[in-house]
Design a protein around this ligand. Sequence first.
Ligand code: NAD
Length: 550
Amino acid sequence: MPKQTDPATSGFPRGADLLNDPVLNKGTAFGEAERDALRLRGLLPPRVHSIEEQVTRVMENFRRKPTPLEQYINIMMLQVRNETLFYRVVMDHLEETMPIIYTPTVGEACERYGHIFSRPRGLFVTAEDRGYIADILRNWPRADVRIIVVTDGERILGLGDLGADGMGIPVGKLALYTACGGVHPDHCLPVTLDVGTENKALLEDPLYIGLRRRRLRGAEYSDFIDEFVNAVREVFPRALLQLEDFANHNAFRILHAYRDRVCIFDDDIQGTGAVALAGLYAAPRIAGGTIADQTVLFLGAGEAGIGIGDMIVAALREQGFSEDAARARCWFFDSRGLVARTRTDLVEHKRPYAHEHPPVTDFLEAVAELRPTAIVGVSGQPATFTRDVLEAMARVNPRPIVFALSNPTSKSECTAEQAYHWTEGRAVFASGSPFGTVIHGDKTFVPGQGNNAYIFPGVGLGVVVSGARLVTDEMFSEAAKALAERVTKHDLEVGRVYPPFSKIREVSAHIAAAVAEVAWKNDLATERRPQDVLGYIQSQMYQPNYRSYA
Ligand code: NAD
């Protein structure tokens, strides 16, 4: 049942129940008349505060916390106490709070999830719920779910199998859907599929919150996923399913199994692909040429790498390249060397990128031989864009494009400083984790962050607004273009290939419009197209303002 939000109805909570309801609670911002009408007198200190004053108090406490993890606990407790205030705080202080509610701190929070756990958030669907998954979904208290972020916890960020403790990821991503994309929190559902874990330390930890069993595998796992996907379609037929942090082998398989008939996408594959593609649209505006002039060498050939490769191929196809010619512009180097025809150990998703080339097992040698215009690090291996590699890139390119996308910061293939210093300040650099400004000679660089949060909130909003039935690659390529179009001359002058994050709501609205237009154009939409698409989308975006109940 939808929540009662009209105080005139008998179901509307009063007194302590109202203060305990995170959606309706306003804390000390309940006004005089509301306090009388809703039996709040005496339950609150007498002084009425504005939401701005409440934000000041929250931030004072937040900043006093000694560690990022303590800040995470502090701010997530606000989400379960007062949702409106939580979003106001996050939106007013996005650049400060985002590294806490999402990477890198959310990773640490997941690693300690059982130990810092106090109030449940999201929905846990477990291997023991087989046969009843639709019933479990019906336990969720909000009826009009439009976006579900789901993980099975097997590959949480770069941290590996965290089982049910991965719940921090869907919770954090959905907070960004609301803060960055303006998707109403009522429409958001975080789900963790607890199918067991192979993490021995967790299995032995008495405070671990998940099932004490090893992972479902093979047909049992596939059947479980199938039941979950079908249950979502039955209980929340208008919901978009976003796959998050599944292990490589399952991520590609699940995406391909359902994408032609279910509204589903994988952020690690397609979201990453689109954000990196946007960077590659913008980078040549500094480096010269266009995306059609690039040869890209990837370090790492997993979900992120192949996702980006596929997006580049789609972009080049749009420009008239044949499939083969487009793929020939993308080279991959994985933990065993250059991905080439001679290799017999390649899994399916790498094979389309196996080109004719003698074996190469040294990345520096690959750079020297292939002379790429861009190197993209998605290996999760730090210090792999060495001084020699960057100097080699600078020798063959006047403005080498260097994207070190591995997260967290400690895993980045190189730092921003290294990228600029080792290329005589000529690198066009972007990273997965944030780096501060770098001074090289008389120039100050502000490196861009290829954060997926530029893309997925806008894509989700576009799907919700148009009621799209499927999520297509064209939606992601249009999203990438829309993002690249928001990069200004000033951004480029300071070396940034993404707009500043402070503009994320505007960026998300433009991406949503581009995505929704694809749905309308291709007959995938179930909602009618408004005349002023962008204006309509902006009017639909959630704003964290208190409602008056008096
Ligand atoms: P993955 O496990 O699917 O793939 C990792 C790949 O790296 C594999 O192909 C593996 O063979 C390769 N690899 C491992 N060690 C290597 C080595 N020493 N040399 C060369 N290749 C090596 O992981 P993923 O999902 O593709 O993510 C990879 C990294 O990209 C992670 O650190 C993740 O944080 C980052 N990432 C960044 C963004 C972003 O910045 N927007 C988005 C998604 C992922």
